[in-house]
Design a protein around this ligand. Structure first.
Ligand code: DGL
Length: 266
């Protein structure tokens, strides 16, 4: 079991920011990544639809004989994590709880802002996770639907991204937030722009690193760490033609993407 791969999925390229952190934190592990590019975005879809997609993605990863599944998508983590954890015989790790935990560690005044997709914000999953850790915090949340296409377009540092960020963040900044959770795996690409707009006093939380640490802890706890370092580069699967994934994904992964295979989840 320990020699099996860690499986990771997202609706598209966003989860590659989590894969990047996993590679850094667990360099010996074999990694399999699925981007459901035929059905991206998940963020605008209903919870039952995202849950169905997530189950199909998890089934595919199980067929690849993974030992643990990382839901590297905030939207899917928000609405499908428990559902998956109850139905699959391997540990399932999401990105919300690690991000919420980190926000509580970092926030000094307990004034936390959360940005994410419409689905994530509607679910209030971050509010619940943060309040579980500490009840007396103030939380303001905003959906930022334009950030995903801007990141995908390679326009994270573009003037358009700055204007969008000013609009989206204004209500949160007027609440005096000291911490901003990037509650979408696409948003770490916009870090520079978001930091400029939010100001240097606001701490940005990217859950990728915390998620990788959670995975490392779980593998250790269940004695699932690889005995032999993997010699294999990560394997990538997508559900539509790979061209865009290969072109855009490099910026998310911080590396070139090869070995991308198109599959069907039907
Ligand atoms: N990666 C997704 C998330 O973290 C955003 C993209 C989408 O809407 O599918 O929520």
């Amino acid at each position: 079991m320990s020699e099996r791969a860690v499986g990771v999925f997202d609706s598209g390229v966003g989860g590659l920011t989590v894969l990047r952190a996993l590679r850094h934190c667990l360099p010996d592990e074999d990694l399999v990544y699925l981007g459901d590019t035929a059905r991206v975005p998940y963020g605008t879809k209903s919870a039952p639809t995202v849950r169905r997609y997530a189950v199909e993605a998890a089934h595919f990863l199980m067929e690849q004989r993974v030992k643990l599944i990382v839901v590297a998508c905030n939207t899917a983590s928000a609405v499908a994590l428990e559902y998956l954890a109850e139905r699959f015989p391997v540990p399932v790790v999401g990105v919300i709880e690690p991000g919420a935990r980190r926000a509580l560690e970092v926030s000094q005044q307990g004034r936390i802002g959360v940005i994410g997709t419409e689905g994530t914000v509607r679910s209030q999953a971050y509010e619940k996770a943060i309040r579980q850790g500490r009840a007396d915090v103030s939380i303001s949340a905003a959906a930022c639907p334009l950030f995903v296409p801007l990141a995908e377009e390679g326009w994270a540092d573009h003037e358009i991204a700055r204007i969008a960020a000013q609009e989206y963040l204004a209500p949160l900044l007027s609440q005096g937030i000291d911490t901003l959770v990037l509650g979408c795996t696409h948003y770490p690409l916009l870090k520079k722009t978001l930091q400029k707009v939010a100001g240097s006093s606001v701490k940005l939380i990217d859950s990728a690193e915390e998620t990788a640490k959670t995975v490392a802890t779980l593998l250790q706890r269940d004695d699932l760490r690889r005995r032999q370092p993997s010699q294999e580069p990560p394997r990538f699967f997508v559900t539509d033609i790979p061209d865009r994934f290969e072109k855009v994904g490099g910026a998310f992964l911080g590396d070139t993407l090869d070995r991308v295979t198109t599959i069907s989840l039907d």
